[in-house]
Write a protein that binds this ligand. Sequence first.
Ligand code: ATP
Ligand code: MG
Length: 232
Amino acid sequence: MLDLKLEKKDLPFAMAEEIKNLRTGITFCGADIKTVLFTSCSPNEGKSTISLETARSFAELGKKVLYVDCDFRKSIFKCKIVDGRIGRGLTHYLTGQCELDDVIYCNASRDDAEFYVIPSGPSSKSPTELLASDRFKELIDRLRNDFEIVILDTPPLASVVDASIIASIVDGSVILVEAGGVNYRIVQKVRDKLASSGGRILGVVLNKVDTTKKRYSYYKYGKEYGYHYGEN
Ligand SMILES: Nc1ncnc2c1ncn2[C@@H]1O[C@H](COP(=O)(O)OP(=O)(O)OP(=O)(O)O)[C@@H](O)[C@H]1O
Ligand SMILES: [Mg+2]
């Protein structure tokens, strides 16, 4: 297995606590929830940041965690690697160019929890077709058996349909919403898109909450995140 060291920033206390709450929220959705997708309406709302921290948080509990970067267009790993090199990724595997073991990397370092990652690989000409393939479905089934929790980062749903394709295969989806950044009607549309794919929506995370505003005054730090969990 290939080793990789990902950047680890110390989170402000309040944010670290909310990530733990999110982890607990996902756990309480049921023991059958093992593959969880993160998406949002628009770019930059915080999907990659929050999904990666959630994966790390599960790993800190000693769980066997896999983080899959399904955003072929804008991979998080371009800027998160501090040591090691990514060779092959998800697109190589889905196009039959290598075996699964060739694309699973272990994030291992003394100052971080150990978890596994599958990077997206080079951007593909037909990402949507790759995600709709039988090979992707089979992959998710296999990963569900091999890991205790699988977190999947995806592109924003208002731009491309990739997330709703994945949502129909995984156990549940989390929608990230940037506080004050998106009109609620767009959030409703994204929710409906996900629901119509047949996927289960686990909850909505309100990210980048401006804590200087009175409404959010229960948060201590600047831009943190709060979350809402429960039925859609
Ligand atoms: N809770 C937060 N507080 C402050 N900054 C945040 C928070 N969450 C994310 N960010 C910042 O917002 C920016 C976008 O985050 P990120 O890349 O995770 O978003 P994304 O939704 O994955 O974007 P894309 O759609 O382009 O993939 C980054 O600079 C990240 O550090
Ligand atoms: Mg991202």
